[in-house]
Design a binder for this molecule. Structure first.
Ligand SMILES: NCc1[nH]cc(CCC(=O)O)c1CC(=O)O
Length: 323
């Protein structure tokens, strides 16, 4: 087995999915440009990939998507691993550190249909079906449009787009980031981004987390070149909300943080948060702001607000159901 040394190419562990490999290649190219060292991808199967036919809900947030890639970094076989930040478990992995959070792309979800409808414009004179396996998207779709039938949908990006093209469903909701990175061609479909007030995206959506070993000074130094401080800040606020709310159950949770100009030329940090029951019947939204250097505080304040508004009962019910 090749091993990752301080010389030779950067070895980048990646899951086998096209999205994961595309993201890893982008990171590799940036790292090569920043350091003058070439890179190679080291694709590997993960537990999550072994069950691609299961609905997303079947996976918890306990690291199903990251296990073997992280092990490859911890063992010294690879220098780094690139994750979709939103799929990363909130518990830090022992011995690993997030060495870089590159600038994030558009974090919004999008509604993909043949006709280019907005959510509010979907026809009402017939049964419309929208495919998604995400509890967060389902809850918000049902809140906005009780009349729409939300269906679980499986398969990779191209398979799901194909189901819209052939009319199996009227539309799907997915992350704009995946479309931007994969640029699927040849589908006669319209992509309409969903605004934060329509359907709030997942915490850290559109961002990447690049992990390396805590004690690997060379890789940490290389990764610092890719780090984007404003993205770290907004993602920290969004992830703190997730951390505060996910005590043993996965509720639909949305979060969007942004840095805005503040008084006296400073910056302030704004956070939109959402917590819902799975049906979207009890759905709570709030917005708060703090100084730009208080992302964790902002996430905690948001969590307290959503819990007090009724989120406590929602989480209690979910916990009881989970057993
Ligand atoms: N849960 C799957 C997943 N993980 C990361 C992305 C792409 C978006 C991103 O990088 O945040 C997607 C696809 C989707 O949600 O439609």
């Amino acid at each position: 087995m090749a091993s990752a040394s301080d010389r030779g190419p950067w070895r980048i562990a990646t899951r086998r999915s096209t999205l994961a490999q595309t993201q890893a290649r982008h990171v590799g190219e940036s790292l090569q440009e920043a350091t003058g060292r070439p890179f190679e991808l080291v694709p590997m199967a993960t537990t999550g990939d072994d069950h691609p036919d299961r609905a997303l809900e079947a996976f918890d947030s306990k690291g199903l998507f990251v296990d073997s890639t992280r092990r490859a970094v911890l063992s010294g076989d690879c220098h780094l691993v690139v994750h979709s930040y939103k799929d990363l478990p909130t518990e830090p992995a022992e011995g690993l550190v997030i060495g870089a959070v590159p600038q994030r792309v558009d974090p919004r979800d999008a509604l993909v249909t043949r006709a280019g409808h907005r959510l509010a414009e979907l026809p009402r004179d017939r049964q419309v079906t929208i495919g998604t396996s995400s509890p967060r998207r389902r809850a918000q779709l049902q809140k906005a449009r009780r009349d729409v039938l939300v269906q679980p949908i499986r398969g990779n990006l191209e398979t799901r787009l194909g189901k819209v093209v052939n009319g199996e469903v009227d539309g799907i909701v997915l992350a704009l980031a995946g479309l931007l990175r994969l640029r699927p061609q040849g589908f006669d479909l319209t992509v309409v981004p969903l605004e934060h007030g329509e359907l709030l995206h997942a915490p850290a959506q559109g961002a990447l987390a690049i992990e390396c070993r805590v004690d690997d000074a060379t890789t940490r130094k290389g990764l610092r070149r890719l780090d984007h401080a404003p993205t770290r800040t907004v993602v920290a606020a969004e992830r703190e909300l997730l951390l505060q709310l996910q005590g043993g159950c996965t509720a639909p949770i949305g979060a969007h943080a942004s840095l805005l100009p503040g008084p006296d030329g400073g910056e302030r940090l704004e956070l939109l948060g959402l917590l819902s029951d799975p049906s979207g019947t009890r759905l709570y939204r709030a917005s708060h702001e703090t100084a730009a250097d208080e992302p964790q505080l902002l996430g905690r304040v948001m969590a307290a607000t959503l819990l007090e508004a009724g989120g406590h009962e929602v989480l209690e019910t979910l916990r009881r159901q989970a057993g």
